[in-house]
Design a protein around this ligand. Structure first.
Ligand code: ZN
Length: 136
């Protein structure tokens, strides 16, 4: 069995996700998460706006052939205007990457955020101090 993953995200990135979800409410927001996995920790370092963003349709309009060919994408994040941060069956069946992050209404902070692996198991979320990533 693989050890449970931890997902770490800088606070400013999380704030950006929450602000975007608030802005689109009551529609769903959807973004790709870019990052790296090392030693059981997935570090999210960037957000990528979906080129086909079909807000309000949720995953029903999700087509994998439209995805960018970018292997640094570790997963996705979307909002649940209902406030329930559990993934739906559709969320888990249409996963892209290793993780699915869900932000629930009212999008007020990390207590409104949950992250899951492809089996639907809840992962640890670690919010780190905002820091500039190395420009390499
Ligand atoms: Zn969902």
């Amino acid at each position: 069995m693989e050890a449970k993953l931890t997902v770490s995200i800088p606070r400013d990135l999380l704030d950006t996700i929450l602000a975007g979800a608030k802005q689109l409410y009551p529609r769903e927001s959807f973004l790709f998460l870019r990052g790296k996995k090392s030693k059981g920790v997935i570090r999210v370092s960037d957000l990528v706006i979906a080129p086909f963003a079909v807000h309000g349709k949720g995953f029903a309009g999700f087509s994998s052939y439209m995805l960018p060919m970018d292997f640094s994408i570790v997963g996705t994040v979307h909002s649940h205007p209902s406030g329930n941060t559990r993934p739906s069956h559709v969320d888990l069946n249409h996963m892209f990457g290793r993780i699915v992050m869900i932000v629930g209404y009212p999008f007020d902070g990390e207590q409104c955020v949950a992250v899951y692996d492809s089996t639907g198991e809840k992962l640890n979320l670690q919010v780190t101090a905002s820091e500039k990533m190395d420009e390499s």
